[in-house]
Design a binder for this molecule. Structure first.
Ligand code: GA4
Length: 326
């Protein structure tokens, strides 16, 4: 439940953050064309520099995307009493304004679903989610294999096999950020409304597609937030904490957040590719050079996930697993 003691809107305002030091040098989001042979080099660079990029020529059929978007729009437009039949999310189901178990709130309603085929979904979503997730997972695996190729890692499915595993602990989320008319005055004064607070994703890789409403922001290295122009024809990919660990910090798990707005509704769907619960998450030995030490203590995905689900969104979750190097 969301506590409503303060005026409603105040609970959802983003704390003012540092402006970009030099707004003239806002970097471009890396754009990767998966149909081009040189995409491998660009992928590795994007994962190292940003932990975030946009892909085109992704091979996900637009009919899968459109069917799912249509069903999602219908679902979120239905009466609260119907939506609440699928909630609360424990761990899967419908959630509204409350995120996770530790008091995080956002101007968002969502469906959190198991990405395993044949899972239990709200009526009308059944085949549609399976088609979409299967296709997006194929794209995520292709990206992970191109990354492994470029880094000369053997076998080339070192990362992708974790998503392909029958026991892969992957999740799928559909987020709806409704417009918030009461917020329009604040918006004029440059204030922002928290849709989904800042966080990194704990899994290996996340694949996001949204409608054409803006809202997604990523944290740049200089500590400023950059707004990602929406593009409903493309997918946005981000490196998760587990991939950062498996590459011993070479790839960066990027902090991101979503700001909601006063007038337009944003709809996004995200596949979070995770490993099986029993999988040991550690730097790949074949990638370590010379005397290179692991930056992280040993842990399984089960241990990391448990710790992550006990954290608040903005916490530095990996911090607990970093080795203190003297
Ligand atoms: C962030 C990525 C995914 O959306 C998610 C989120 C999860 C949740 O919504 O329950 C968490 C969040 C996410 C990380 C920290 C914990 C757990 C909310 C939260 C406060 C489904 C996931 O795997 O981790």
């Amino acid at each position: 439940m969301v506590a409503l003691s303060k005026p409603l809107i105040e609970q959802f305002l983003v704390k003012q953050s540092k402006p970009n030091i030099n707004p003239l040098i806002i970097p471009d989001i890396p754009l990767i064309d998966l149909s081009k042979p040189e995409s491998k080099q660009h992928l590795v660079k994007a994962c190292q520099d940003f932990g975030f990029f946009k892909v085109v020529n992704h091979g996900v059929p637009s009919k899968f995307i459109n069917k799912l978007e249509t069903e999602a729009v219908k679902f979120f437009a239905s009466p609260v009493s119907i939506k609440e039949r699928f909630g609360p999310p424990n761990p899967f189901g419908y959630g509204n304004k409350s995120i996770g178990r530790n008091g995080d709130v956002g101007w968002v309603e969502y469906l959190l679903l198991n990405a395993k085929p044949e899972s239990d979904y709200p009526e009308n979503f059944q085949g549609i989610v399976n088609d979409y997730v299967t296709s997006v997972k194929t794209m995520a695996c292709e990206i992970l294999e191109l990354l492994a190729d470029e880094m000369k890692l053997q076998p080339r499915n070192v990362f992708s096999k974790l998503l392909m595993d029958e026991q892969s602990d992957s999740v799928f989320r559909v987020n709806h950020y409704p417009p918030c008319p009461e917020f329009q005055e604040n918006e004029k004064n440059g204030r922002k409304l928290v849709g989904f607070g800042e966080h990194t994703d704990p899994q290996i890789i996340s694949v996001l597609r949204s409608n054409n409403t803006s809202g997604l922001e990523i944290l740049l290295r200089d500590g400023s937030w950059m707004s990602v122009p929406p593009d409903s024809e493309s997918f946005f990919i981000n490196v998760g904490d587990s991939l950062q660990v498996m590459t011993n910090g070479r790839f960066k798990s990027v902090k991101h957040r979503v700001v909601a707005n006063g007038t337009k509704s944003r709809l996004s769907m995200i596949y979070f590719g995770g490993p099986p619960l029993s999988e040991k998450i550690a730097p790949l030995p074949s990638l370590m050079q010379g005397e290179e030490d692991s930056l992280y203590k040993e842990f399984t995905w089960f241990e990391y996930k448990k710790s992550a689900f006990n954290s608040r969104l903005a916490d530095n979750r990996l911090g607990l697993f970093e080795k203190i190097i003297a």
